[in-house]
Design a binder for this molecule. Structure first.
Ligand SMILES: [Ca+2]
Length: 380
């Protein structure tokens, strides 16, 4: 596994403290700068009140959400807060790329759709991975840079098969920065940051985050100082892991609603936030002072940290994602990224549980909305 491109791989951690898979996503955004950012659209509200309450689950009724205002998502795309919408009823043309079916992505029509009759299918087979070691089945769209972004979509995994090595991505950058997805590379605070929203082999979710203050897996304390406590001997920086505890596994072959929220920080301050909901239930919530957890290497453990190097839990400090207000959220990438090696490992684990595992890694998508305010799940 992970032999081809040293840039995208890191040594499988010898210590048990690092549990994430050994490779990261090599598909960078370079060379595909089709975004519609224009000069002058940069976020200028540096002094915005980045309040810490918006990450909390609102008790309010659906009318406070875009979905509540637009039942059935009818005309939701016309709301000024909406940056992007696709219900897949009109085929390709809304994403910057691709513009037509690819070997892995195809527009589908049928009763399996979440809304209407159209939906998007990502399909990567075991045979595909035997031919190609790294496969990114992705579509992408860019928009004017934002300080806060919400992204809702529906997904459905119709078969029991390994989840992708990395899943969908949100990218933030300055006007010219297009390097999200570049593995083992710490982005500059005045250039960009990004995160993936991933699914584990246990069908639960986590953020996987790259930013200028990200931690290395080399040392217990997240630094990369030779001779440190727990020194693994090699400096590497892979996405920092935020996996909420006590999640329910999503159900197979059933549509579920994902919404994530990302709030950029006031430059150089630890006021950035990440949040996600599943079927409108708050699951992940990371903001200044919440939750309590323990950093160990490049993971923030909120579910207890049982390694000998673990320290007492402390309130999360908040994300200092950026040092410049020129860095804003600028694209989303509906990606399903697979690696031959990790796919085989995940497959073997599923089989060891007695499951019959399909050779088709399939994900359906429908009813995607990207906006600058809370979207909520679709109201019938
Ligand atoms: Ca649809």
């Amino acid at each position: 596994m992970c032999k081809k491109n040293a840039l995208v791989c890191f040594p499988i951690a010898i210590l048990a403290a690092v549990i994430q898979p050994g490779c990261s996503n090599p598909n960078t955004d370079t060379g595909s700068d089709t975004n519609r950012d224009t000069a002058g659209d940069s976020a200028s509200n540096t002094g915005t009140d980045f309040d810490t309450e918006t990450g909390a689950d609102s008790e309010s009724a659906t009318e406070s959400t875009l979905s509540g205002q637009y039942p059935g998502d009818v005309n939701i795309e016309n709301d000024p807060a909406v940056l992007f919408h696709d219900d897949f009823e009109a085929g390709w043309g809304r994403w910057d790329a691709p513009l037509s079916d690819t070997p892995y992505l195809s527009m589908q029509t049928g009763s399996a759709a979440h809304s209407g009759t159209g939906y998007l299918q990502s399909r990567v087979t075991t045979a595909d991975l035997e031919t190609t070691e790294y496969i990114s089945s992705s579509s992408r769209v860019a928009f004017a840079r934002q300080d806060e972004i919400f992204w809702r979509f529906y997904a459905r995994m119709p078969e029991v098969a390994p989840n992708p090595h990395h899943w969908v991505r949100v990218s933030a950058g300055s006007d010219g920065w297009e390097s999200s997805g570049l593995a083992n590379t710490v982005p500059q605070g005045d250039e960009g940051f990004w995160f993936d929203f991933d699914i584990s082999n246990d069908d639960v979710f986590n953020f996987y985050v790259y930013w200028h203050e990200m931690r290395s897996g080399r040392c217990n304390d997240g630094s990369a100082t030779p001779g440190c406590e727990g020194d693994q001997g090699t400096t590497y920086y892979y996405g920092n892991m935020f996996r909420p505890p006590e999640q329910q596994s999503y159900p197979r072959d059933t549509w579920f609603c994902i919404e994530m929220r990302a709030g950029a920080n006031a430059p150089s301050q630890h006021t950035g936030e990440l949040t996600f909901w599943i079927d409108d239930q708050l699951v992940g919530d990371y903001r200044p002072g919440y939750p309590n957890g323990t950093w160990l290497r490049d993971s923030f453990h909120t579910d207890g940290c049982e390694f000998s190097a673990c320290t007492e839990p402390l309130p999360f400090e908040g994300f200092n994602f950026r040092t410049s207000a020129d860095v804003g959220f600028k694209s989303v990438i509906l990606d399903a990224y697979y690696e031959r090696g990790s796919n085989a490992t995940r497959r073997a684990e599923l089989e060891s549980r007695g499951l019959t595992v399909s050779d088709n890694q399939i994900i359906y998508y429908d009813d995607i909305v990207v906006a600058t305010k809370r979207i909520g799940c679709r109201v019938p």
